[in-house]
Design a binder for this molecule. Structure first.
Ligand code: NAD
Length: 288
């Protein structure tokens, strides 16, 4: 072998590897519900970084526009569609708008979620409205969006769906029972959808994020401090830090980027044989 050839070969192999790593979703279309803020925003930016065109579907117009602008800077292709996932007709509109503006969807991320109805943070019990509204958004909303995109995806006989569940769906929690139950339902819905769509070469998985210091968790921490004797008198951040110290073997909080990295794997070709799973991104909080 001529020594002079080796660097060139290595260079071209490295370039090919980098191109694959950086742009492995180039030409693909992703939809992220609740993509305007928090975890959804991090997912949108990650998919854009890997080359995907991203549709942001959210009820928060201002934040959706800001995130879509960031996506555009990265991948050069983004759109927004104001969508309340609880409205089935709006979800059909989202599917049609995605097809018209970006093309048929390859990656569907069902991320939009809430922890209760208006005022849940300051209550120490779950109301009927908490149960209804949380189910409407977290479970029925997810089913609405999946149903709306099903014709496009099954026709093409390919695709990836990822649903955002939570470690709160892994077992009953001492507060927010309506939220835990909704996330357990998301894990079940993920399995049913995976079974239904496997014959169309579509994988469906869930991610169960652990403890992330987001505006949503700040509110959860306030509620825990009101509800749970062990956290009485603490502020939300102290509740959060105590839970990390007591419950997380890795002793670190999780970030939206941790969740986005996991999602990027689940929607990649490397995960083509993984379906119906719920993957904890929680530093070892739950080991099942
Ligand atoms: N933050 C955490 O610690 C945590 C932990 C586990 C799971 N999760 C889950 O991850 C997902 C994202 O959480 P987050 O912390 O980024 O929350 P967030 O409140 O920052 O973002 C949720 C997004 O969903 C949008 N949304 C709410 N209702 C909607 C509706 N009806 N239709 C369309 N969009 C709607 C909001 O406008 C917002 O942009 C949720 O499903 C949540 O349950 C979060």
């Amino acid at each position: 072998m001529q020594p002079s050839i080796i660097p060139t070969r290595i260079q071209s192999m490295a370039a090919a590897f980098l191109a694959r790593e950086q742009m492995n979703f180039k030409g693909q279309v992703a939809v992220v519900t609740g993509g305007a803020t928090g975890i959804g925003r991090a997912i949108a930016l990650k998919l854009a970084d890997k080359g995907a065109a991203v549709m942001i579907a959210d009820i928060n117009e201002e934040a959706a526009e800001a995130t879509a602008a960031e996506v555009h800077e990265i991948s050069g292709n983004s759109a927004i569609f104001l969508t309340d996932v609880t409205d089935a007709a709006a979800c059909d509109g989202l599917a049609a708008a995605t097809f018209d503006s970006l093309g048929a969807v390859d990656i569907l991320v069902n991320n939009a979620g809430i922890a209760g109805s208006s005022g849940w943070q300051s209550r120490s019990f779950s109301t009927e409205e908490d149960w209804k509204r949380t189910y409407q958004v977290n479970v029925i909303g997810m089913a609405n969006v999946t149903l709306a995109f099903k014709p496009q995806m099954t026709r093409r006989r390919s695709g990836r769906i990822v649903n955002l569940a939570s470690i709160a769906g892994r077992e009953g929690r001492p507060s927010l029972p309506h939220y835990s139950a909704s996330k357990a339902a998301v894990i079940s819905l993920t399995q049913s959808t995976a079974l239904e769509l496997a014959r169309f070469n579509i994988t469906v998985n869930a991610i169960c994020p652990g403890l992330l210091w987001t505006p949503m968790w700040e509110q959860v921490g306030r509620r825990y401090a009101n509800d749970i004797p062990a956290y009485k008198g603490m502020n939300a951040r102290e509740v959060f830090d105590t839970m990390i110290a007591d419950r997380i073997p890795m002793k670190k909080e999780q970030t939206p980027e941790d969740v986005a990295d996991t999602l990027a794997f689940l929607v990649s070709d490397d995960a083509k044989n993984i379906t119906g799973q719920a993957l904890n991104v929680d530093g070892g909080f739950f080991m099942r």
